[in-house]
Design a protein around this ligand. Sequence first.
Ligand code: ZN
Length: 80
Amino acid sequence: MSPEMRSAKLTKLCEVEGFDDENELFAAAISDSVCPAICCNPDNPACDYTAEMEPDQDRGWCEMCERGTLVSALVLGGII
Ligand SMILES: [Zn+2]
């Protein structure tokens, strides 16, 4: 995944989840047992399917793409 896509997906995830910036999102995710995840399918960059996943998830199932392309916010941000 390109750094541009990574940061675009993080921004989108903040928007969807209602956080002002990604640091707020990370703080909330770290204090919780689940973490918002977003689809990062390189073959379908327009897919912004999100779901609650395990914080270390990097292959969560995307219902739209029918592929394991969901990546958690903490993985996207390089936190874990
Ligand atoms: Zn998808």
